[in-house]
Design a protein around this ligand. Sequence first.
Ligand SMILES: C[S@@+](CC[C@H](N)C(=O)[O-])C[C@H]1O[C@@H](n2cnc3c(N)ncnc32)[C@H](O)[C@@H]1O
Ligand SMILES: O=S(=O)(c1ccc2c(c1)CN[C@@H](CF)C2)N1CCSCC1
Length: 271
Amino acid sequence: MLSGSNTASGVAAMAAYYQRFDPAAYLQYNYTPPRADFERKDSIVPWKLACLHRAFNEGDVSGELLVDIGSGPTLYQVLSGCEVFSKVLLTDFLEVNREELKHWLQDDGGCNLDWTPYLQHVCKLEGRRYDQKAAKLRQVITDILPIDVHRPQPLAHDALPSAGADCLVSCFCLESVSPDLAAFTRALGHIGRLLRPGGHLLLIGALGESYYFGGPGVKIPVVPLTEAQVCDSLKESGYTLIRLEVYTLPQDMRVGVDDVTGVFFAKARKD
Ligand SMILES: C[S@@+](CC[C@H](N)C(=O)[O-])C[C@H]1O[C@@H](n2cnc3c(N)ncnc32)[C@H](O)[C@@H]1O
Ligand SMILES: O=S(=O)(c1ccc2c(c1)CN[C@@H](CF)C2)N1CCSCC1
């Protein structure tokens, strides 16, 4: 068990790495081909978007407020949820990422990635007209807030209604911001305090990843997770696992920007 000082120094070290995070490079590394290839049947993108589409639309997820934990500069993670919830909050630790999201929200031409292929793909899954998705998303995203998952209260005290959020989604955040597995598990508990009892957590993350590049020369350590550790950490931090799905990255998608071997999708409910 790490002593308090070790944990605090580990968390501070992770924060220092993120001062060099480059949203434009991160988007380029992970959200353009070959990783984001909508034509490939074995691509990670259709798999992830299908997991999210199914999870939001199988009848058990409902309510008013969806919160995305550690949004980064990306939007794909709320493209399905925006049709289910009337309020969506995006969050991130870094202002540069919150600014990237605001550029998209304001449609001011300042974005570093064109999300059109993602919106089109999700609309195909939903059988919805494409030209309504962006407007819907801009309508339901009510704020983009600072967050720190290592704080027992990760958001400002008045950020959420007293009952908490009805659903959380979080992608590639906790394992890539934590110094070790214990901190990852604690962070799961911290974000769980934002969720009402019976609310759902949709957690997507990396398996077997020990580092990734958050920009040119910005090598960020990651907690290398196994499926068993994900399941144990969810149980330990007060969730009941509903489903765990795993995707193994094809060799040609291992492009040197990280050493991820697989991606997990977990749907869980807060006890
Ligand atoms: C690997 S990126 C994931 C971004 C996005 N969710 C995705 O799916 O690609 C990790 C994100 O966590 C954010 N972050 C770093 N430290 C954090 C902390 N202590 N609490 C919450 N988020 C943090 C970073 O700014 C970054 O946007
Ligand atoms: O699953 S991805 O390949 C992906 C997307 C993001 C990340 C990784 C992998 C692995 N390293 C993470 C570091 F935190 C970030 N993917 C990229 C294309 S769109 C869907 C998500």
